[in-house]
Design a protein around this ligand. Structure first.
Ligand SMILES: NC(=O)C1=CN([C@@H]2O[C@H](COP(=O)(O)OP(=O)(O)OC[C@H]3O[C@@H](n4cnc5c(N)ncnc54)[C@H](OP(=O)(O)O)[C@@H]3O)[C@@H](O)[C@H]2O)[C@@H](O)CC1
Ligand SMILES: Nc1ncnc2c1ncn2[C@@H]1O[C@H](COP(=O)(O)OP(=O)(O)O)[C@@H](O)[C@H]1O
Ligand SMILES: [K+]
Length: 484
């Protein structure tokens, strides 16, 4: 699990730690970790440290201070280090240390082009004190560094991104490796910033990262977390222990959505699937999946809404499912028929456009800060909300943190992926998982399956590969010694 905290929370953690150790110590720990990561990167790309040339781009704050102190450590090990002052005045003590170790300082060239030999670039322009975007001259430099193809190590985060939201609304650096300190920041987990970080290393600087009480935290699932938490059937499981899913998905106009949701539910391991939707999708499902039943009966979780289109009795179907007291996934068109308040055991699975409609906002408001949007949706509806997209976020009124699913390849962004995902989540609800966990595991298992297969695969074909993923994850969970 990757834990991330917003800049304000990080500053508070740092403040508390500094009371114990003093303010110089944290920066020295950060610089030591950064220098070690840069040295490893130099060995990887040049095979040595001695004789390599590192250009350290520095801004006016402590992010530049980290970079300069790390530069001093590298200069002492035979690396030719030059700092380029990109914004304001460089951190005084860091600069003094670099110069004393034999490094030098240059001004930002007017044309933004770096001259001289460059083995690697360190981006120490802005850290958690940075506002998103870069001044024009620095933006030109970032573009030139990108064009040159030099390896880039970012200090804390690639300058120009928004550390707290993961937005990258203006120019920003693109790193091959990002070295962060104490705790991850949301920008390391959330697209589009995540895509600019490269591999992320976390350096322990002694922060006590224990708090989960306030709302500022994110938890990013990793594949091993998924392996540990998936509800694999055991020797004593029967179909009811695994869960019966009732699907009311698809319509005569959009029958495919009903088929895809059923593929998701069946291949995620439902004990039984009852298809309770319209006639056309029912006929298709009957021809494809003989294990599905079509009569009403015992159900442990519902799926409603995928491919409903403009269904006249949508509100009645939602109200009837609510009356059962069972958990439910509401997807796509079903989201237009929600009452004012829902139980937290209900899971809403909108994409950005659907979430915007749900909150009476425009889509840009959601995409500018998806974290804020998913939190607001959970608070307003009372339900658990999975916001789908490049980063998949889960918020629930039951706790303050937001979960981030394992990320998948962009090719899973295709019509019908969401329908399959709704079916997977409904299976997990029927197995008795709380809605937040069903959402995180469902979105993650789809992403992990896609990561392990060259795509694009159509959504139903990806669903058919879920059992292979589950087999691999179960073996992994045994190897990890997970207990169920
Ligand atoms: N605290 C600690 O204990 C530890 C902190 N550590 C390190 O400190 C980093 C945070 O340092 P920081 O707070 O000094 O902020 P940082 O991001 O370097 O720069 C802020 C400056 O940039 C300026 N500025 C901002 N945006 C701008 C823009 N778009 N365009 C132009 N200018 C812009 C802004 O100016 P102003 O807001 O006044 O306009 C201000 O002068 C953190 O990421 C980590 O690396 C580690 O050592 C571990 C211990
Ligand atoms: N950029 C992306 N990278 C990876 N996966 C994505 C991306 N964008 C969307 N997805 C995936 O695609 C699915 C799209 O869902 P949705 O838009 O509801 O599709 P539909 O309703 O057509 O089935 C989500 O499940 C999400 O997992
Ligand atoms: K940086």
């Amino acid at each position: 699990m990757i834990t991330a905290a917003t800049a304000d929370t990080v500053r508070e953690l740092e403040r508390r730690t500094m009371l114990d150790v003093g303010d110089e110590v944290l920066m020295q720990r950060a610089a030591a970790g950064l220098a070690a990561a840069v040295a490893a990167e130099l060995r990887r790309c040049a095979g040595r440290l001695h004789g390599t040339a590192v250009t350290v781009l520095v801004g006016p704050g402590d992010n530049g201070g980290d970079a300069l102190f790390a530069g001093a450590r590298l200069a002492a090990r035979g690396v030719a280090v030059r700092a380029v002052a990109c914004l304001g005045r460089p951190h005084a003590a860091g600069l003094a240390a670099l110069l004393a170790a034999g490094g030098r300082l240059e001004d930002l060239p007017d044309d933004g082009r770096l001259r001289g030999p460059v083995t690697l670039v360190v981006d120490g322009v802005l850290g958690i004190g940075g506002r998103p975007g870069l001044p024009e001259a620095v933006a030109r430099l970032a573009a030139a560094v990108d064009d040159a193809g030099w390896p880039v190590v970012a200090v804390d985060l690639p300058s120009g991104i928004d550390a707290d939201t993961g937005a990258a609304p203006g120019a920003a650096f693109r790193a091959d490796r990002t070295v962060t300190f104490g705790v991850h920041k949301p920008g390391h987990l959330l697209e589009p910033a995540r895509g600019r970080c490269g591999a992320v290393d976390l350096v322990d600087i002694g922060l006590q990262v224990t708090s989960d009480e306030d709302g500022g935290w994110l938890h990013g699932l990793e594949e091993d977390d998924l392996a540990r938490a998936w509800p694999y059937p055991g020797p004593a499981s029967d179909k009811y222990a695994r869960g019966v899913v009732g699907l009311d998905a698809g319509s005569d106009e959009y029958p495919g959505a009903g088929v895809l949701a059923t593929y998701g539910a069946v291949h995620a391991g439902a004990g039984m699937v009852r298809f309770l939707g319209a006639d056309r999708p029912a006929d298709l499902v009957r021809g494809l999946l003989p294990n599905v039943v079509f009569s009403p009966g015992r159900v442990q979780a519902h799926l409603l809404g995928s491919g409903w289109g403009d269904r006249p009795d949508g509100a009645d179907a939602v109200a009837a499912a609510l009356d059962t007291g069972l958990p439910a996934v509401v997807d796509a068109d079903g989201l237009r028929f929600l009452p004012d308040h829902l139980p937290a055991g209900w899971l809403l699975t909108p994409h950005a456009g659907e979430l915007a409609r749900l909150l009476d906002r425009d889509r840009g408001w959601v995409t500018a800060d998806p974290l804020r949007a998913v939190r607001e949706a959970a608070a307003r509806t009372g339900a658990t909300v999975l916001l789908k997209g490049a980063s998949q976020l889960v918020a629930t009124p039951e706790h303050g943190w937001v979960g981030v699913a394992v990320p998948g390849p962009a090719w899973t962004a295709q019509a019908g992926s969401g329908d399959v995902l709704g079916g997977i989540c409904a299976t997990l609800l029927a197995a008795g998982l709380p809605a937040w966990q069903a959402a995180l595991l469902g979105a993650s298992v789809q992403a992990v399956t896609a990561r392990h297969h060259p795509g694009p695969l159509p959504p139903h074909a990806l669903a058919e590969r879920l059992p292979e993923t589950l087999g691999r994850l179960e073996a992994r969970s045994r190897a990890l010694g997970a207990t169920r």
